[in-house]
Design a protein around this ligand. Structure first.
Ligand code: NPQ
Ligand code: MG
Length: 393
């Protein structure tokens, strides 16, 4: 990392991008993860590596793209994001010359409509490289104030209530501060009632991943009596009006996930009364700086937020933890320990303390990096998007 300690006061603080590489990894999950839109047995992700050189030195950075193999959670999917990074985002970023900071990534990519998960990965990699070159932590750059954050856990749909309870008790023993149950039509009220009966004092929430409609109002009225912390994304991603109509009928806060793609969406949802809580995921909203803007919009309106999860490797998990340390993040997130999902990760694991708290990375940039051997073992595809001095195809 060359001159990382050198002062940035010499006027030449821009960072030139010398190389961008994509690495696709496939990592086995410790147990299948089932939601209302499908089941995953392994985690596949695109890791983006950016090599930069600037007035304050040379550094590499990593970012993770959370697009899944199939477009179920959102319209983005892994192969589409791969192509998008190659064909449009890589060129759009590098054609503008040296960068004055991570904030310029979003500006240069703005003309490309959508593709937020692909954009977020590139922005995170640039931010990591930029901050490493300056010896600055991502959490500090974002304005975070805490060095430890409380963590919750998301529990997939299980074949039986007994199995679900066994899994939940394991998480509670480890200290998780909130348990989120995935629900789907046919596996909802009786499951949540049984879990609530077995665990009367545990902070519980449910996440429907958009599987219901306003006609299911009686189900939500029944769930409203179970003392849930929130009900996450009951209706379709584009149904703000439906969510507003449901929220006026419920005492339980509705939390929006899939519906919130930007700070503009967040302001609209809050003012329409479509939610009283927001789940922030940097991938879903196009980057960590847009994630911060959603945090700010919600905080100004006294709406609590928390940081979601997409089964990230350590590369993406580190960004979520930095965001979770922001002052307006007042609820435990899905920022679980690495061992909730993986036996081995590509980075050193994030470990939950017995008190349900997790340390925010304390070293420059995102604070972790892929271990070369682990990365190699999990890699299924690599490709260079850009290399200084090398002509594109
Ligand atoms: C949610 N995540 O809050 C999501 C959605 C989700 C932790 O509950 C593979 C990769 C499978 C990402 C399943 C949690 C996934 C995924 C669900 C994300 O809605
Ligand atoms: Mg969700």
């Amino acid at each position: 990392m060359g001159a990382s300690g050198r002062s940035a006061m010499n006027g030449d603080t821009a960072m030139a991008i010398r190389r961008i590489e994509l690495v696709e990894v496939a990592i086995p999950l410790v147990r299948p993860f089932r939601t209302s839109f499908g089941e995953e047995r392994e985690k596949r992700a695109i890791l983006v590596r950016v090599d930069g050189l600037g007035g304050v030195g040379e550094a590499s950075g990593w970012g993770e793209c959370v697009a899944s193999p199939e477009p179920r959670y959102s319209e983005e999917w892994l192969d589409g994001a791969w192509l998008m990074l190659h064909e449009y985002l890589g060129p759009a970023l590098t054609e503008g010359g040296a960068l004055e900071g991570p904030h310029e990534v979003g500006q240069r990519l703005r003309w490309v409509r959508g593709h937020r998960m692909a954009k977020a990965a590139l922005e995170a990699a640039v931010a990591d490289a930029w901050l490493r070159a300056r010896g600055e932590r991502l959490a500090a750059y974002l304005g975070a104030e805490r060095d430890r954050v409380p963590c919750g856990v998301s529990v997939g749909i299980a074949p039986s209530v007994q199995e679900m309870l066994l899994e939940i008790r394991g998480y509670l023993d480890r200290g998780y501060a909130r348990v989120k149950l995935k629900i789907e039509p046919g596996r909802d009220l009786h499951v949540v009632r049984a879990v609530r009966a077995a665990l009367p004092a545990t902070p519980l929430s449910v996440d429907a991943n958009a599987a219901y409609r306003l006609a299911d109002l009686p189900l939500f009225e029944a769930l409203d009596d179970l003392g849930l912390v929130m009900i996450e994304q009951p209706f379709a991603h584009d149904d703000l009006l439906g969510h507003a109509k449901l929220q006026v009928r419920l005492a339980t806060p509705i939390c929006l996930d899939e519906s919130i793609r930007s700070a503009v969406d967040a302001a609209a949802a809050i003012e329409l009364g479509a939610c009283r809580v927001i789940n922030i995921k940097p991938g879903r909203v196009g980057g960590l700086l847009e994630a911060k803007r959603i945090h700010d919009v919600a905080s100004e309106r006294n709406v609590p937020v928390w940081i979601g999860g997409m089964l990230e490797t350590g590369v993406g998990r580190s960004v979520n933890l930095a965001l979770a340390a922001l002052p307006g993040v007042t609820m435990p997130g899905d920022t679980s320990g690495s061992d909730r999902y993986f036996r081995h990760d590509v980075t050193e694991p994030f470990v939950l303390g017995g008190d349900g708290m997790m340390a925010v990375p304390a070293t420059p940039g995102i604070g972790v990096e892929p271990d070369p051997q682990r990365l190699e073992a999990f890699t299924i595809r690599r490709s260079v998007v850009f290399e200084e001095g090398v002509e594109g195809p």
